[in-house]
Design a protein around this ligand. Structure first.
Ligand code: SF4
Length: 548
């Protein structure tokens, strides 16, 4: 608790301080003498209100998409002409509604917590603890909430053991002191897939920003789970540009309003130009090729050195999650649940045009008949595994040691996933795919040494992964990133098979029924993430398609 007596004493000392020279003299207060702040009139921010508000906000954003984002994705769905991209958008919208209804996470990656605090200078903190400690208590509480546990994705010691902290702490916290008597808080949960696609460059002052963005976005692939938002920070210094790019992502989606009223600033002109041109790249939802890659482009700028033009770009993904509130001393924030009527009535038919595949009997020959873009409905048993499990498996193989008892990949598919813990009778919590390129370096060993048939993940494969798939006549399938709760509904049983100590990164055996996936790389090494955007870029016809 803040000690009022101590505060008064402090101000008395300041007013009567002898300073560095001379004996103490009582200060004479004149009209021009700066007055000490009236502590009693300052807005108290009570410790528990602050913790409760942030913990509630983290639960809230885990299952409620911002309504402006959902509206924009729905508009994209209505416009979309690419069948695979339209299907992915439908899954994202249906998943979003299910999560709002069921109060379960939109995505299995429930993110690393970002908190932005604008602290009014007429605010006083009613606590003796540091702000970081309070925020992290809120994160702990939110991520271990028994009614809706969120996935712990944060690891300590990133240079070494990379040990999961178990409760998703610590958060990344940015604090500014601003005029006013309010505490302004923005809470976001940022998925690793989209955060990993952040980009930065120091351009020459004469370099063209649009050119850099259009060159950079295709190289980001689809691991950031488009459609989403690009946040761009230009100017300042390196770290300032990155921070602006992240902060500006927290603003409302309003590109349509901007189009309607027309740009008033250079930044607004650029937003419109980039919105049109990035979408003209034809990347589309999940990188499958289509009309909408971004539902908005946000730009913030700041004065910079005459020799510099720093530019940072950070994408927000299909699981865009943030909320904003103010504390005014009257209690914790009250976050109104959005109305379920605000969610569009989109239906999604998993079976439409899909081929059914029995994972328990599928053969290497069957796989050779699949083509990029084919929709499959998988039933039967598959194994899971992601970064840490792959590393362990490949290390065991390299040392000539056997895999753990019961772990047998012969004629199996592996699903790259780290699920959320189940609650209330669920088989598994939200369990969407993770980015497959991180597993590329393990793929040759997995296909040549374990008897694995194929893989399921999200986004494109890199050259190493594709070469291994082609060489072993395997296949790579994708599930929709950002539709994790929907995907989890297809999982009928789950058990840990190996490495239980890895938590969400353990190897599980899932039994699935009608799990929807798309063939992304066929047994010849043809990739839908190469052909889809190329075809749609040509169809849109605003940006030339380079001939390799
Ligand atoms: S939607 Fe994709 S990028 Fe976003 S949190 Fe989920 S898996 Fe990660």
């Amino acid at each position: 608790m803040f000690n009022m007596g101590a505060a008064r004493a402090l101000f008395n000392v300041q007013m009567h301080s002898p300073g560095a020279r001379g004996p103490a003299k009582a200060a004479t207060i004149t009209a021009s003498t700066p007055q000490p702040p009236n502590v009693a009139a300052m807005t108290p921010i009570h410790e528990q209100d602050f913790i409760d508000s942030i913990a509630d906000a983290l639960q809230y954003i885990s299952y409620y998409h911002p309504p402006d984002f959902i509206h924009a994705v729905h508009q994209a769905y209505l416009r979309e002409e690419g069948p695979a991209a339209r299907d992915a958008l439908a899954q994202i919208l249906v998943n979003s509604r299910m999560c709002a209804e069921g109060r379960r996470p939109i995505c299995q990656d429930t993110g690393i917590v970002n908190v932005f605090l604008d602290v009014g200078m007429d605010v006083r903190w009613d606590t003796r603890r540091g702000i970081d400690e309070l925020v992290n208590e809120a994160v702990h509480r939110a991520y271990t909430n028994p009614d809706n546990p969120l996935r712990a994705s944060v690891v300590a010691d990133p240079l070494g053991a990379r040990t999961n902290t178990g409760d998703n702490t610590p958060a990344v916290i940015h604090t500014r002191l601003v005029p006013g008597d309010r505490l302004d808080v923005t809470v976001a949960a940022k998925g690793g897939g989209s955060e990993n696609k952040s980009r930065f460059a120091i351009l020459n002052p004469s370099d063209d920003i649009v050119e850099w963005v259009l060159k950079t976005v295709p190289g980001m692939g689809a691991g950031w789970c488009p459609p989403g938002i690009l946040g761009i920070g230009v100017g300042g210094t390196a770290e300032q540009a990155m921070l602006m790019a992240k902060r500006v992502l927290m603003e409302p989606v309003d590109i349509q309003e901007l189009m309607d009223r027309g740009p008033r600033t250079r930044a607004e002109e650029l937003r419109l130009e980039l919105y049109e041109k990035v979408n003209a790249l034809g990347i589309g939802a999940q990188g499958l090729g289509g009309l909408t890659t971004v539902v908005d482009v946000k730009i913030a700028d700041y004065p910079t050195h005459a020799a510099s033009k720093p530019i940072a770009m950070i994408p927000n993904c299909a699981a865009t999650r943030h909320v904003h509130f103010q504390l005014d001393g009257s209690g914790p924030a009250r976050l109104e649940p959005p109305r379920l009527e605000d969610w569009p009535q989109v239906t999604w038919d998993a079976g439409a045009g899909a081929r059914r595949v029995d994972l328990d009997t599928v053969t290497a020959d069957d796989i050779t008949h699949w083509k990029p873009g084919d929709t499959l409905l998988l039933s039967g048993k598959l194994l899971t595994g992601r970064d840490a499990a792959h590393k362990r498996i490949v290390e065991l193989i390299d040392r000539g040691e056997p895999l753990p008892d019961g772990l047998d990949f012969h004629n199996r598919f592996i699903y790259y996933v780290g699920p959320v813990d189940p609650v209330h009778g669920e088989v598994v919590g939200p369990a969407g795919p993770t980015t497959a390129t991180r597993m590329d370096k393990f793929t040759e060993t997995m296909l040549s040494k374990t008897g694995l048939l194929g893989m399921i993940g999200k986004a494109e494969r890199g050259p190493t992964g594709i070469e291994a798939i082609r060489k072993h006549h395997s296949a790579y399938l994708i599930a929709t990133g950002g539709a994790a709760y929907l995907v989890a509904k297809a999982i009928k049983s789950s058990r840990v098979v190996a490495f239980p100590e890895l938590g969400m990164e353990a190897v599980y055996e899932f039994e699935v029924r009608d799990m929807p996936v798309t063939v992304a790389v066929d047994s010849q090494g043809n990739s839908v993430h190469e052909s889809g955007p190329r075809i749609w870029r040509a169809k849109i016809g605003k940006i030339p398609v380079e001939v390799a």
